[in-house]
Design a protein around this ligand. Structure first.
Ligand SMILES: [Zn+2]
Length: 144
């Protein structure tokens, strides 16, 4: 588009407004890059904290999708194995707000001892916050 110079393209916008818009769209960009970006928060939450990315791979009938072990149900749909295992373990269906968490950080390690269930994402986040502050404490004491 040719810029004539005599008609400001942003006429009607104050400098502050356009600056605000620019910052907002840049913030959005950052959120899209995060690992939470595309997953709906209200649909089968699962811990997505990662210690290392694993490549998608087949492991006998099971499929690793985005680092999670998934299995195919009768409808041919892939579902997270960890959620199925916890449902079997506690004998009821999981609420969509409930978050499964892998204690050792390995999302393919679906041993029931490695799985933990949080009632909601806020409790899950609190746990990670606590964990991180513990690690920081250890690091600051471990240094010279
Ligand atoms: Zn977690």
């Amino acid at each position: 588009m040719a810029y004539k110079g005599n008609i400001p393209w942003n006429k009607g916008l104050t400098k502050e407004t356009s600056e605000g818009l620019r910052q907002t769209s840049e913030k959005m960009k950052g959120e899209n890059n995060s690992q939470y970006g595309k997953r709906p928060w209200n649909k089968g939450l699962e811990c997505s904290y990662q210690l290392g990315e694993k490549n998608p791979a087949w492991k006998g009938g099971k499929h690793i999708s985005r680092g999670y072990m998934t299995i195919r149900n009768k409808q041919g749909k892939y579902i997270r194995e960890s959620r199925i295992l916890i449902e079997k373990h506690i004998g009821r269906k999981l609420d969509s707000r409930e978050v499964t968490h892998h204690l050792d950080g390995d999302k393919t390690n679906n041993n029931i001892e490695n799985l933990h269930l949080f009632l909601n994402q806020s409790k899950h986040m609190k746990y990670h916050f606590h964990l991180r502050s513990l690690v920081n404490k250890m690091l600051s004491h471990g240094g010279d």
